[in-house]
Design a binder for this molecule. Sequence first.
Ligand code: GDP
Ligand code: GDP
Length: 435
Amino acid sequence: MSNIVAIVGRPNVGKSTLFNRLLERREAIVDSTAGVTRDRHYGKSDWNGVEFTVIDTGGYEVNTEDVFQEEISKQVQLAIDEATSIIFMLNVEEGLTDTDYEIHEMLRRSNKPVYITINKVDSAKEEIDATEFYQLGIEKYFTLSSATGSGTGELLDQIVKDFPTTDYKDPFEGLPKITIAGRPNVGKSTLTNALLDVERNIVTDVAGTTRDSIQTLYNKFGHEFVLVDTAGMRRKAKVSEDLEFYSVMRSIRSIEYSDVVIIMVDATLGWESQDMNIFGLAQKNRKGIVILVNKWDLVEKETNTTRDFEAAIRHKIGQFSDIPILFISALTKQRILKAVEMAMQVYEDRKKKIKTSKLNEVMLPVFEATPPPAIKGKYIKIKYCVQLPTPSPQFVFFCNLPQYVKEPYKRFTENQLRKHFGFTGVPIEVYFRQK
Ligand code: GDP
Ligand code: GDP
């Protein structure tokens, strides 16, 4: 379970500069795969080996004066709902403004740990200027130069030290965790209610990460799982909040808690960029995925309607294409049991471990028959393979010249794994290593 650090503050104080600095180190190592679209407002970082998620809340910076205040309150509310820790960033160049006071007031009323951070403190002079911020009535602040990185260490030391200790006992340890994500009004609540006609909510209220997260046990028709639902997900989107950025950011925490993400799409609207963003989040976090096209009762059907609709979605989601897509109606309960069964199947596939002997027995002949193309007259020989003991399937293939194994062959390998072992709806990682 990941801790989430959100950065809030007025435009131009340096939020995205800090955000990029926090992500840089890690993305260089982890996100080296070509074709991974980088979300500019969300990412993973770590400090002294402690991993956390960072959100830059300044996703929508609208620069007209009147919507300004409203926009900032939304960003702060997002941080209060979703984050474990909040970095409130101020700018020493501009000094304190009315907006800063208002943000501070909102944060003060929340129960989240807030780190008041004065940015653009590039030298000793600004260090003195920063004392102005004591006017907020605070006892402590951090000074930072996001541009050079100085001060970051002290800030992160404190944040990481304050992360809630995980003596929290998950009451549903070991049960599949599922979240239903999607745009506002696609039918998430309708589906949830249809599944849980006997409601049994367990509110897990533990300081920090799990606060405001509701886990509901489902146990029917031989299936048992937990629906995960966070404060942000439950917050009914106001019309003005119906912005892509916020509803995507609001699903981060639920997605991170879950094993399987059900992405709900409105059949009358089709697959849009926001669905793509939620899909990207689930994929990046290596979660199992099921796509449900809801409100199918509203669609006028002809011979190929389902097939065409499915093809259109598959075309948009691209290479990772064995994701189950089901057409349902949460309202009439059509095929919702099928949807549950599919989510369970994906859950099982995600945690499936292939025995090393079996893996080698199947894959080595595949490589024998279709070896990687020789490069500069050098032949690549894959010697053996193992599955790693990770929560989602990851495989290591040992060979003589791993640097010569290119993207198309990695995809070929992934497809062969899917073909022989079946990993429906589950992201797979394959690595080639020297041996
Ligand atoms: P955001 O709107 O809060 O995300 O702010 P940005 O990160 O886009 O930064 C706004 C401007 O401030 C940019 O021109 C940055 O280069 C500059 N900036 C950010 N951090 C620092 C800093 O530590 N020192 C100085 N001097 N400039 C900074
Ligand atoms: P949420 O915002 O994603 O939780 O969406 P809701 O569950 O509140 O549903 C939004 C609206 O869509 C409500 O008026 C529902 O009655 C309606 N709705 C949900 N599922 C279906 C469906 O399968 N068919 C039809 N016709 N309407 C649906």
